[in-house]
Design a protein around this ligand. Structure first.
Ligand SMILES: NC(=O)c1ccc[n+]([C@@H]2O[C@H](COP(=O)([O-])OP(=O)(O)OC[C@H]3O[C@@H](n4cnc5c(N)ncnc54)[C@H](OP(=O)(O)O)[C@@H]3O)[C@@H](O)[C@H]2O)c1
Length: 302
């Protein structure tokens, strides 16, 4: 089986490629990078891996001919641009390339919990836009709606050496589903390798969560367990979210991140979830402490 990953540079793309190359089914993988210097060196020597230069912003740079399946990721944009229009453009480019390559039977889209909503979810609206464009891109379409990435907590690495981290997940006992990137990679790989197996419907949509939901207090405990010392948690209240994100992002991006963050806190659309994803939920095995162990480097203390 031949599989294309586009773009390949996001951490979820990398995790999927590693799962595919480790699979006994021995698929071949074509991976799109807008910058070929980003290709991880350990992949370059694998005879079943091919890195090609291409950008989802440029339809002419994408050629999926010969591929049975495609994994598409909507790249996040941290610039002061219309992120919804950008998501529409890159999704339409991918859809056109899928349609042009008659060999592609299945498209798997890495999406997000909450992608069914057309308002009130901030940055997740880019995943909504991608789903709208790609719902009929191939004979078999799968949307993997991922929960909050455990790796998002990597932002804490900056402040942990000073003994604290910021949390925007409030109140501190509010539990949120979280998923490890490694589990996203193995789930997407399995969906790609199942190309040709009948789906219950197309698009087939499911949510992907970790083994359990975690609170900010769980996150603090996991950091303390890893580091062997007490760590202070500084919570950012709902009213302070915009200023918190505006300290690192341009104003438009900060507004989208603040809205996304509010959407899963009490009163937000994802908290209420009036139109939940129907059907099954899937659960990864990787725990938060496992991700933190990797993130912090075994045995190191910041
Ligand atoms: N974070 C969460 O909690 C969460 C939850 C659910 C769903 N999601 C979704 O997951 C996706 C993000 O995945 P991720 O965290 O794996 O991303 P990521 O690691 O933050 O990846 C960003 C990458 O996108 C690449 N990129 C940006 N613009 C590109 C373009 N025009 N063409 C090709 N590549 C481009 C960049 O590649 P370069 O190396 O070339 O710069 C960069 O490596 C998003 O769709 C997001 O909405 C996230």
């Amino acid at each position: 089986m031949h599989i294309t990953v586009v773009p390949a540079s996001p951490k979820t793309g990398q995790a999927t490629i590693r799962s595919l190359l480790a699979d006994p089914f021995n698929p071949t993988v074509r991976a799109y990078y807008r910058d070929l210097s980003k290709v991880p060196s350990e992949l370059k020597s694998n005879p079943r891996f091919e890195a090609v230069k291409g950008d989802v912003e440029d339809a002419g740079s994408l050629d999926f001919s010969g591929s049975d399946a495609v994994l598409n990721i909507t790249p996040p944009l941290y610039e002061e641009k219309d992120i919804i229009a950008h998501a529409r453009l890159v999704s339409e480019n991918v859809k056109a390339a899928v349609k042009k390559a008659e060999s592609v039977k299945r498209l798997v889209l890495l999406s997000s919990v909450g992608a069914q909503y057309a308002h009130g979810t901030g940055e997740i609206l880019t995943n909504h836009e991608a789903e709208v464009v790609l719902k009929d891109a191939a004979p078999e379409v799968v949307f993997v709606r991922c929960a909050y990435f455990m790796e998002n907590w990597a932002t804490a690495l900056e402040t942990l050496p000073q003994g604290f981290f910021f949390t925007t997940l409030t109140p501190l006992d509010h539990a949120l589903p979280m998923i490890a990137v490694q589990d996203i990679g193995s789930t997407c790989a399995a969906e790609l390798l199942a190309t040709g197996t009948a789906l219950p419907s197309s698009p087939h949509i499911f949510e992907l969560h970790g083994p359990r939901a975690y609170t900010s207090a769980d996150v603090q405990k996991a950091f303390e367990e890893m580091l062997g010392k007490s760590i202070e948690m500084r919570s950012v209240e709902k009213s302070g979210l915009h200023d918190f994100y505006a300290a690192v992002f341009p104003p438009g991006v900060a507004a989208h991140f603040a809205e996304m963050n509010k959407s899963y806190l009490e009163g937000g659309i994802l908290y209420e979830d009036p139109q939940p994803t129907p059907g099954e939920k899937r659960y990864g095995n990787t725990e938060l402490v496992d991700v933190f162990r990797q993130m912090l480097g075994a045995g190191e203390s910041p």
